[in-house]
Ligand binder design. Structure first.
Ligand code: URP
Ligand code: ZN
Ligand code: ZN
Ligand code: ZN
Length: 466
């Protein structure tokens, strides 16, 4: 839209600065910033002025790991691109990077086109895609180059889930070699799935069928071992590596050791590993199924290492791995056999708030909040500075955040299409007030004013964080 919008009187926070400033928006982009109350700002005229006094003015969140409508375990993630991106907007996230999936025996092209179709015309906020490689062969390797060229510049591989997404070490090495040539970024699900499947079979044979056993068989050692192996394979290939959903202290240690050597190795963790634990998996009456995801929730002691990693930059990104399944009818598929519980947690709506609470709890600074939730994911996945910051030329994806509002997270009030909240009853100080996506109001003072189809596919350049 070509209307000029002025956001006045807020505290603008980016990964690098905090400044009481006015922000001028034109043609969906940030046109200028000027210190509030200065002559420059006072001469600006606008068609629409938004009063941000008492609020933070922050870049829209970039959630680099979501799974809308993901087919998994005979069912599919319950948020569509329409419901999931609307919930993202409510939670102050204005860009998602979702995962298109290759079906084994089929081309990347087919999988990617299927995901383009799912999202087209449905999204409330902007979106991009990574590609999951489930079948690394000569054709797949050639197709990777084409995908990088059309803005799908990152590829997830699985050391877990034999028979579904799994790649062996030879396939992983070949994909990494290809990525080192074409600028793609390899994202790794680092768990030794071959060993885990042995332990699953043995646990079930002993009659250990409850959700808690999902956490027990997916051992910390098998996350650490896979993380170590992925790092060595990436070194051999001369490729950078991004490890997704890191949950164990021992896996953070592997990343830290690699980074101490100066290697281009990066790590992501998720709110569920920072705020939840095996205590949740142990909830009675099958309620633990709500918390079944992979990597699994860990004993509470691991949280300190994750927070420390986020402070020391051994972990760089917090994404949600949003992959919602309803308790009724979906999580329940695994009653009597934890291995049949669809893996994943809802959370796309909660990330910005939970991390703001982490600021108040003293885990991270305000600027680090914006860095791990907006700026670095944008840089890592080739979206910066279009996304992830507030600077002249950037898309006007902007959140007015009320740092004093009190809220209680609940499935009764959330907007995700899922019948429970992983954070039910959690008190948060801070709440999204208003959200703009490319200059258009998507949330206006706690009212949804967006529309399905406003959100656009964003082709990405290659990783900018090396
Ligand atoms: O349990 C999870 N994380 N489900 C989503 C798929 C994945 O491995 O990221
Ligand atoms: Zn086919
Ligand atoms: Zn994964
Ligand atoms: Zn995932």
């Amino acid at each position: 839209s070509s209307i000029r919008t002025l956001i006045r009187g807020g505290l603008v926070i980016t990964a690098s600065d905090e400044l009481h400033a006015d922000v001028l928006i034109e043609d969906g982009r940030v046109a200028a910033l000027a210190a509030h109350g200065t002559a420059a700002a006072d001469t600006w005229t606008a068609d629409r002025t938004i009063d941000a006094s008492g609020k933070y003015v922050i870049p829209g969140g970039v959630d680099a790991h979501t799974h809308m409508e993901l087919p998994f375990g005979g069912t599919a993630a319950s948020d569509t691109f329409e419901t999931g991106t609307r919930a993202a907007a409510w939670g102050g996230t204005t860009t998602i990077v979702d995962f298109a999936v290759q079906t084994p025996g089929h081309a990347l092209r087919e999988g990617l086109d299927t995901w383009y179709e799912k999202a087209d015309g449905k999204c409330a906020v902007d979106y991009a895609f990574h590609m999951i490689l489930s079948d690394v062969n000569e054709r797949t390797l050639k197709e990777m180059d084409h995908l990088v060229g059309e803005g799908v510049t990152s590829f997830k591989l699985f050391m877990a889930y034999p028979g579904v997404f799994y790649s062996d070490d030879g396939q992983i090495l070949r994909a990494m070699q290809r990525a080192s040539g074409n600028g793609g970024l390899i994202m790794m699900h680092a768990e030794n799935g071959i060993a885990i499947d042995v332990l699953v079979e043995q646990a079930l044979a002993r009659g250990e069928t409850d959700p808690r056993h999902h956490g027990e068989v997916r051992k910390v050692l098998l996350e650490a071992e896979a993380t170590h192996r992925a790092i060595q394979l990436a070194r051999v290939a001369g490729a950078p590596l991004y490890v997704v959903h890191v949950s164990a202290e021992e896996a953070v240690a592997e990343l830290a050791a690699a980074r101490d050597k100066g290697l281009p190795v990066f790590g992501e963790t998720c709110p569920q590993y920072l705020f939840l634990s095996t205590d949740n998996l142990e909830e009675p009456d099958f309620q633990g199924a709500k918390y079944v995801c992979s990597t699994p929730l860990r004993p509470r002691e691991h949280q300190a290492a994750l927070w420390r990693g986020l402070r020391t930059n051994d972990l760089q990104v917090v994404s949600t791995d949003h992959c919602p399944f309803c308790f009724r009818g979906q999580k329940e598929l695994g009653r009597g056999d934890f291995s049949k519980i669809p893996n994943g947690l809802p959370g796309v709506e909660n990330r910005m708030d939970l991390l703001h609470q982490a600021v108040l709890d003293g885990h991270i600074s305000r600027r680090r909040w914006i860095e791990i939730a907006c700026a670095t994911p944008a840089r890592m996945f080739g979206l910066y500075p279009q996304k992830g910051t507030i600077a002249p030329g950037s898309d006007a994806d902007i959140v007015l955040y009320d740092p004093h509002a009190e809220q209680v997270i609940s499935a009764e009030t959330h907007h995700m299409n899922v019948d429970y909240s992983a954070y039910e009853g959690k008190r948060i100080t801070g709440r999204v007030d208003t959200v703009l996506s490319r200059g258009e109001l998507v949330i206006d003072r706690r009212e949804f004013t967006g529309r399905a189809g406003h959100g656009a596919f964003i082709p990405r350049s290659t990783c900018q964080y090396l």
